[in-house]
Design a protein around this ligand. Structure first.
Ligand code: SF4
Length: 216
């Protein structure tokens, strides 16, 4: 199999950027770093379609760390209940809000080290925040990014960290900002985990379809 080049990656990224202009979650919360951070934490093990209305409803009562930290736990649990794991997620959001207040005066920090030190913030969440708010584009690797990069033949990696390193080497810098947004949309709409829509895929001619057994 031919080794992918930065030119291959640029061609694919150009097509995906034209195909997926926006990302619903980014659009919904891009004006407020705290609300985006909370939405990303809420979206763990939930779809964006489920997360967005729940998060919007939550921000009517608790748009800031101070207000979220002061919300009664039962109220918070009831508000996040529709997306599941409500007890764990309510606890996580209150810990996160308390940490922001105690360590950062209620502001979302702008460095990788400070973000990763927050409760509930792993590499994927930190990279999303750095890319969207702090002008430090990073590749946030979730299941969609990991799967599609592998199918394209761009990576042969086991962990999200390895995938992040491989993609950062391959994809030219001017596209890094958009990788998570376009790959997540592509993974939700076309390159689904089971039975991907290869017949409708705008990047099919550039894809090695590694490990794809039953495309549609
Ligand atoms: S051709 Fe198929 S496997 Fe490759 S990116 Fe498109 S949908 Fe995914």
């Amino acid at each position: 199999m031919r080794t992918p080049s930065p030119q291959d990656a640029s061609t694919v990224m150009d097509i995906l950027r034209r195909t997926y202009v926006t990302h619903p979650m980014h659009e919904a919360f891009k004006h407020d770093s705290f609300q985006m951070l909370v939405a990303v934490v809420l979206s763990q093990r939930a779809t964006d379609a489920m997360t967005i209305p729940v998060a919007k409803n939550l921000f009517t009562l608790a748009p800031t760390p101070q207000k979220l930290a002061n919300l009664p736990v039962k109220t918070l649990e009831n508000m996040v209940k529709p997306i599941g794991f409500y007890h764990a997620k309510a606890t996580a959001l209150q810990k996160l809000s308390h940490a922001l207040i105690a360590k950062h005066n209620g502001k979302v920090p702008s460095t990788e080290v400070d973000l990763l030190a927050l409760p509930q913030v792993g590499r994927k969440t930190a990279n999303i925040m750095l890319t969207l708010f702090f002008n430090t584009p990073q590749i946030a690797v979730d299941v969609h990014v990991h799967r599609i990069a592998h199918r394209l033949g761009w990576t042969n990696t086991k962990t999200p960290e390895e995938t992040e390193r491989a993609l950062t080497k391959l994809i030219p810098r001017q596209y890094i900002h958009d990788v998570n947004r376009v790959f997540v949309r592509h993974g939700q709409d076309i390159c689904r985990p089971l039975h991907p829509w290869c017949s409708r895929c705008p990047i099919a001619r550039y894809c090695k379809r590694v490990g794809v057994v039953s495309p549609r």
